[in-house]
Design a protein around this ligand. Structure first.
Ligand SMILES: [Zn+2]
Length: 260
């Protein structure tokens, strides 16, 4: 049997057997995952387009960038309610979901693009400018997750409008960000990557999370990681995994306290 198959089997058995009994407080894994093995779900190894707990955002409910965007039903409903209220107060101000649920493969494409230089980071091909693998990983980790470790795998998190913080300093960006800071929590949303944390990803004013679900997923993800002692980040899983895998837990868990 291939090593990856063995790991997959082990993960499925482990989480199926362990989650309800191992202190992941009152988690009903049937309701949370609806038939997808928890270890697959938490690492983005499923298709949101085919998953019964997901919906595609409809432009009438929540504006998108035109690409198919999927969220968990409950998160999508709350986001739609949030958007209606925002629109009432600020008609015509841009509010657009530009990224939402991403699979392992989506995240691997982003990560490896940055690792191998086909996606520029700060205008640089990191494969040419940073030779030391750990340093290169840390540069990518300022704003991007390794596959299997992104909150975008969970169906609860999405990015708005523009993916750079300065956009939110003035104009429409400031109107949106100020409104979200004051109001998003009333609909269950929080900003995981705030300024002033002492580790983890940099501030991301565009990234928001539906906490009633994501707070459960982060605790289950941490359990999965600890039980597996990093085995899910085997050296053959993605470029740089052998050098960066040990950083995963730190980056996943260092978030705004209000998102926990
Ligand atoms: Zn994001």
């Amino acid at each position: 049997m291939m090593r990856s198959t063995v790991i997959k089997l082990y993960l499925s058995l482990l989480l199926t057997a362990c989650l309800p009994a191992c202190g992941a407080a009152n988690v009903d894994t049937g309701t949370l995952f609806s038939g997808t093995a928890p270890a697959d779900y938490l690492r983005g190894k499923y298709s949101p387009a085919e998953h019964p707990l997901f919906v595609r955002l409809s432009p009438q409910e929540v504006p998108t960038d035109g690409r198919p965007q999927y969220l968990r039903k409950e998160a999508a409903e709350k986001l739609s309610a949030l958007y209606r209220e925002f629109q009432k107060e600020h008609p015509g101000v841009r509010f657009q979901v530009v990224s939402s649920t991403r699979t392992w493969d989506d995240q691997k494409w982003i990560w490896e693009g940055k690792w191998k230089g086909s996606i520029l980071v700060d205008g640089q091909r990191l494969n040419e400018t940073i030779q030391e693998p750990l340093d290169r990983a840390k540069k990518i980790l300022q704003y991007s997750s390794m596959p299997g470790t992104s909150r975008h795998h969970w169906g609860t998190d999405f990015d708005l409008n523009e993916l750079y913080n300065e956009y939110y300093d003035h104009g429409e960006g400031a109107v949106l960000y100020d409104w979200m800071k004051k109001n998003a929590h009333r609909f269950g949303f929080c900003q995981p990557y705030t300024a002033g944390r002492n580790a983890g990803y940099q501030e991301e004013r565009w990234h928001w999370s539906y906490m009633p679900l994501s707070a459960q997923f982060i605790s289950l993800w941490k359990k999965l990681y600890q039980e597996m002692k990093g085995a899910i980040f085997g050296a053959d899983e993605f470029a740089g995994a052998a050098h960066a895998g040990h950083l995963a837990l730190l980056y996943v868990e260092t978030i705004n306290q209000e998102c926990k």
